[in-house]
Design a protein around this ligand. Structure first.
Ligand code: TMP
Length: 276
């Protein structure tokens, strides 16, 4: 088999050359890192869960017209994506105070913010991804004023969509990070959502218990990270398709309206974990 060309390797993902020009293959690793790699551990199965959760979210966004890079999932760890020029700015949307905004502004974790707040961080590991203003983004040419407007408008749409999606499964969307890329379509450059959306890039709290169901379990050494990610996938109705054959007999299958409608033998519908 022809060896694929590796285009880029990040902390949690690898990008390979895709089968067609203008496409890439995004591979989800099991590496969990925090505080710019000061913490680093391999979390068995994280890549598979994030691939599946991110696929679900990006597919839904495509359905409702939020432009993004996702084309299709290829196997347990890989998805085919559109090649974009990544804008070197992370866009964070916050609904509830948590993480760095608490330290910066002296807020208490869990405070509901007066409104959703958008922040920009310059993607630069050597500098620990510093918070920057729109002025920095435009002055240094990382994105134009129009691109900032596009990113902010898309970020708000994603926030509305994701807040509803998670509320429907009893989860509060505290905050999340987006990355954007420039994509050439019919000789026009369009800003689209790139990277991933998963419990690695969101803060997700159980609505009743307020238990953390995201990467803060790792950052704060709380344990149970994979279990929490699996719980998110389960509530989103994704585990049925993910689980390998267990030979444990019939399992209940949910219909679209969430009611159990019948029984089916469990089995792996995936292509297998080719990319591992
Ligand atoms: P923060 O509170 O650490 O600034 O993070 C805000 C949100 O952005 C949180 O959901 C985690 C996410 N995030 C990433 O996904 N990657 C990153 O590199 C950083 C700094 C934050």
């Amino acid at each position: 088999m022809k060896k694929r060309r590796r285009i880029y390797e990040g902390k949690a993902k690898i990008l390979y050359e895709g089968p067609e020009p203008g496409t890439l293959v995004q591979f989800f690793k099991d590496d969990a890192t925090a505080y710019n790699k000061k913490m680093h551990e391999i979390m068995d199965g994280k890549g598979v869960l994030n691939n599946r959760i991110s696929e679900h979210i990006f597919k839904q966004m495509n359905r409702i017209g939020i432009p993004n890079h996702f084309i299709k999932r290829l196997n347990m760890r890989e998805q085919l994506i559109k090649e974009v020029e990544i804008i070197p700015v992370e866009v964070v949307v916050r609904n509830i105070a948590a993480g760095t905004i608490c330290d910066r502004l002296g807020l208490t974790e869990g405070e509901v913010l007066p409104r959703s707040i958008i922040e920009f961080f310059y993607k630069k590991d050597e500098l620990n991804d510093p918070l920057v203003s729109e002025e920095h983004v435009t002055a240094f040419g990382w994105a134009s004023p129009q691109e900032i407007d596009d990113m902010m408008a898309l970020a708000i749409r994603v926030n509305d969509f994701l807040s509803g999606l998670f509320l429907g499964i009893g989860v509060q969307l505290v905050d999340f990070k987006l990355e954007f890329g420039r994509h050439v379509e019919d000789d026009m450059v369009r800003i689209i959502v790139a990277d991933e959306i998963s419990p690695d890039s969101c803060r997700l709290w159980d609505i009743n218990t307020r238990e953390k169901m995201d990467k803060d379990r790792f950052r704060k050494s709380l344990g149970g990270m994979i279990e929490a990610y699996r719980e998110i996938a389960t509530r989103l109705g994704l585990m049925q398709e993910m689980e390998p054959t267990r030979g444990s007999g019939p399992v209940l299958v949910a219909s679209n309206d969430g009611k159990n409608v019948g029984k089916q033998e469990s089995g792996d519908k995936e292509n297998g974990d080719k990319g591992k």
